[in-house]
Design a protein around this ligand. Structure first.
Ligand code: HEC
Length: 258
């Protein structure tokens, strides 16, 4: 019967220690041991094995014999070939699993519709409290339809001069730039948008844009520009009229029923 080599015995002991740490201990304390800790213990095991085999010269030679044979002896050509293929494969696999792009953690905890500030401001001028602020041109819808139309028309011009690049020709959030943006531009055709917000909320979002979002709206990586830098208050209120006129959705109000 062939004698089991010292090398094989040490190898088996090494693997057994690893299995013990990885599965048995982890199972007993019902928490897996961190890889770094296992790594430390395995380094100790390796040192212990090397110390054990190297205390005597003859034992060390006996330990290295299979390694030596595999490397030079012609009887072990097949084994040599297999190792030459398997070891690089293992190393490749190891570095691949370590370097490969990990899938990013799911979800973006960003709040897309954070609570607005208490006061509605344009530049630094306080317009009203958020609750009370009204679109100053909305009343023309009943009182003077012609004036109302002219405000909607002006809002349409503002929209197609400034907004459609991102929010789309049809206000559906599918503008030319939309595909490159994350978060996507708001889709005003979505029934969950306009009916859920007051006009004042939209005034706030349009005038302050992405940079004006509060902490719960972070990360502030939205592309929505700060329009108070480019549009007058009237232009902002007008484009707000246009958004609901075009889509047919009515803004939320705090009238009857609330
Ligand atoms: C450079 C692209 C871009 C342009 C131009 C742009 N927006 Fe936006 N807008 C966005 C993005 C992206 C969002 C979504 C992220 C966010 O809420 O900030 C957004 C969000 C909004 C919202 C918030 C909707 C909600 O559900 O809270 C409103 C209102 C809005 N835009 C109106 C406008 C108006 C009006 C204009 C033109 C005056 C305009 N946007 C121009 C990119 C743009």
């Amino acid at each position: 019967m062939k004698r089991i080599s010292l090398f094989t015995i040490c190898f088996v002991i090494f693997i057994a220690c690893w299995v013990f740490l990885q599965f048995v201990i982890g199972g007993v304390i019902s928490k897996p041991i961190p890889n770094s800790v296992i790594g430390m213990y395995m380094a100790l095991v390796l040192v212990a094995i090397l110390v054990h085999v190297s205390v005597e010269d003859s034992r060390f030679k006996e330990f290295l014999r299979p390694v030596y044979e595999t490397l030079v002896d012609d009887r072990y050509r097949v084994r040599r070939l297999v190792l030459v293929i398997v070891i690089p494969l293992l190393l490749t696999g190891f570095s691949y699993t370590n370097l490969a792009q990990k899938t990013p953690p799911p979800g973006d905890p960003r709040d897309a519709h954070p609570t607005p500030p208490l006061e509605l401001k344009y530049k630094d001028e306080v317009i009203e409290t958020m609750q009370k602020a009204q679109n100053p041109y909305r009343h023309y819808e009943k009182d003077d339809p012609e004036t109302f139309r002219s405000h909607v028309e002006n809002g349409k011009k503002v929209y197609y001069d400034n907004c459609f690049y991102c929010h789309g020709d049809h206000l559906d959030g599918q503008g030319h730039f939309a595909h490159g943006l994350q978060p996507l531009p708001a889709n005003f055709q979505d029934p969950g948008i306009i009916p859920n917000f007051q006009e004042a909320y939209f005034f706030w979002r349009i005038s302050k844009g992405g940079p004006g979002l509060p902490a719960s709206g972070t990360p502030w990586n939205t592309a929505m520009p700060v329009w108070e830098d480019h549009l007058t208050q009237e232009e902002i209120w007008d484009v707000i009229l246009f958004l609901s006129d075009y889509t047919g959705y009515k803004y939320r109000t705090f009238g009857e029923g609330h």
